[in-house]
Write a protein that binds this ligand. Structure first.
Ligand SMILES: [Zn+2]
Length: 205
């Protein structure tokens, strides 16, 4: 790369005179000078991009997206806890007992006494644990959805408009309503995810 001493235009090494002003060009830039020039250029371009761009991901969303991913890990830990607690609530029925389909108990034949029905003493705990694991899965989905919305607004926009794109030529730009709805949905999904976490903790007996 050569930089014109007169107008500052940067151009190809092969040129002897400036493409912009016709001034004679000197020696090519050293690697260090070229790197400095490129980083200055990058900075200038970065400054030019509008931070209020519809698809820009603000720092707040990046943090919340990261939190959503951490929350997925938290829910996975809670699912493991549910598995451990479940082992504690396994009733012991006599050998050969037939379990009821609803899990409320078991019948078995004892010699000389006929049919005996034994209620499952842990039915409430088992149901709570089942609800807790479903809620945890729901939370995982919510956080994954929220993180996707937060990190990839452009992808969401392309998904949203994929059908209409087939009929329209040229660029589509999101409306203010789309941007606002997108933000609201991502925060609601994040909030619902946290409600799930709290519900799971509350449901584990
Ligand atoms: Zn020049």
């Amino acid at each position: 790369m050569k930089k014109c001493g007169n107008c500052g235009a940067v151009q190809n090494d092969a040129r002897a005179v400036c493409i912009d002003c016709g001034e004679r060009l000197g020696r090519p830039m050293s690697d260090a000078e070229a790197a400095q020039h490129m980083s200055a250029l990058d900075k200038a371009v970065e400054h030019m991009t509008d931070p209020s761009d519809d698809f820009a991901v603000p720092r707040r969303d990046k943090i919340m997206g990261a939190l959503a991913l951490v929350s997925i890990v938290v829910l996975c830990v809670l699912l493991c806890v549910i598995g451990v607690v479940e082992d504690r609530y396994q009733p012991e029925y006599p050998k050969g007992a037939a379990l009821s389909a609803s899990g409320t108990g078991a019948v078995f034949f004892s010699p000389g006494e006929g049919v005996t029905w034994v209620e499952n003493p842990y039915i409430d705990e088992q149901q709570a644990l089942e609800q807790a694991s479903l809620t945890a899965l729901c939370g995982v989905l919510m956080f994954a959805f929220a993180a996707f919305l937060m990190f990839f607004p452009r992808a969401v926009w392309y998904l949203d408009t994929s059908r209409i794109r087939r009929y329209i030529s040229g660029e589509l730009a999101p409306s203010r309503a789309w941007v606002v709805t997108h933000k609201v949905v991502q925060y609601v999904a994040f909030a619902v995810g946290w409600c799930c976490v709290i519900a799971v903790i509350w449901l584990i007996p």
